[in-house]
Design a binder for this molecule. Structure first.
Ligand code: AOF
Ligand code: ZN
Length: 367
């Protein structure tokens, strides 16, 4: 169904889509290429804030009439027409009288979910789905996770010594990994919709959780999980707004003090058994707020709880060439296992050296 030329055009659309990474959220970053008689006549990607969509930009950029053209789109063209957001891409393609639309992935978003493809077919346009689907699923994994699993894509970042320790027993941890690795972490933050930490880490390290060491024109939302609202008024994270505090506490006084400082405070139900914030519910709430991805930078307790709650997709570990010894602190606080069958298994997807350190990326293995 697809020839080598089709593959190269979809690859081009996938590349083009990258221009929208980080700036279209919660909308997915889509790429579109329009071809007529073997020549590219237009292309585009989703714009800042999610509109205009890739197809609308590509159609507008056409150097000749797109009538009879083939359109390569990384995502199913939408069928959502709203006054404020603009016309539906499938309608624009129908009006432009294109001959064929090739898309990589069906859009599971409930407002679309196949209706874009059907609208095109009803208008007599040939529609072929699934070209380079794997690559686009990977590219749009955060958006697709939010829409289909109703929680964000969650990446845990950890920085450890060669023997897997994050800090000395006395809490000293600055710095285990080198400057290059720390800059790489800022790049990761820049790509995330939000960066999450816990109150323990906040008290120990007083992090700002902003993107500083790399160019970035959009700061991710900063999220603090603070069950009892213990945050101190002098915490640096309180500067600069853009902070969501997730709590289980019903402390209206403290809540309104924080709100007065521009902080968004949200209460999440506690788990019946442990009496702690229900991490799954917290993630669902993030999805409802349109967060496609959350990067977690926190201590062993919350790391362990997130892992145990089954809400982690990926772990990125920066491993430094130094040994801290067994009394030093570990990465994941988990109950003692009695059987190796209880271990969490990962599959490594990438290994590279960053400065003097190693960066290992791994996905959680499906159980
Ligand atoms: C497309 N082309 O470039 C993108 C699409 O909020 P709206 O009205 O902009 O619609 C958002 C939905 O449209 C979004 O959740 C996703 O399903 C789809 N995004 N569709 O045809 C694009 N970015
Ligand atoms: Zn659209």
């Amino acid at each position: 169904m697809f020839c080598a030329f089709d593959h190269s055009m979809m690859a081009r659309a996938i590349n083009r889509a990258e221009r929208g990474r980080c700036i279209t959220t919660p909308n997915p970053f889509v790429g579109c290429v329009i071809v007529k008689q073997g020549r590219i006549i237009g292309e585009g990607h989703t714009q800042r804030g999610g509109r205009p969509h890739a197809e609308a930009i590509a159609l507008e950029s056409c150097t000749v009439s797109p009538q009879g053209a083939t359109v390569y789109s990384t995502l199913e063209p939408c069928c959502l027409h709203t006054k404020s957001r603009g016309p539906a891409c499938s309608d624009l393609l129908v009006s432009a009288k294109v001959a064929r639309v090739i898309s990589a992935v069906h859009d599971p978003f409930e407002g679309v979910d196949g209706c874009g493809h059907s609208r095109l077919r009803e208008a007599g346009i040939i529609v072929d789905i699934g070209l380079m689907e794997g690559a686009v699923r990977e590219q749009l994994r955060a958006f697709l996770t939010r829409v289909t699993r109703r929680r964000p894509w969650v990446t845990l970042k950890v920085a450890t010594s060669f023997d897997g320790k994050t800090a000395l027993a006395n809490g000293q941890s600055k710095w285990i990994t080198g400057a290059d690795a720390r800059r790489d972490v800022h790049r990761m933050r820049a790509e995330a919709c939000a960066v999450l930490t816990g109150i323990g880490t906040l008290m120990a390290d007083d992090p700002q959780l902003t993107v500083r060491d790399v160019p970035c024109d959009r700061q991710p939302l900063r999220i603090l999980l603070d069950s009892r609202l213990d945050i101190s008024d002098s915490a640096r994270i309180l500067d600069g707004g853009n902070l969501l505090v997730v709590t289980a506490a019903q402390n209206e006084g403290r809540e309104s003090q924080l709100t007065a400082r521009g902080v968004d405070v949200v209460r999440v139900p506690v788990e019946q058994i442990k009496g702690k914030v229900d991490l799954r519910k917290m993630m669902e709430m993030f999805a409802v707020r349109g967060l496609n991805s959350v990067m977690v930078e926190t201590g062993a307790k919350l790391n362990g709880s997130l892992l145990a709650a089954g809400v982690v997709d990926e772990i990125v570990a920066y491993v430094a060439p130094s040994i801290l010894g067994d009394p030093a602190r570990g990465v994941f606080a988990l109950p003692a296992f009695t059987s190796l069958a209880d271990r969490t298994e990962l599959s490594i997807t990438d290994v590279r050296q960053v400065g003097a350190d190693l960066r290992v990326t791994a996905l959680m293995k499906e159980k």
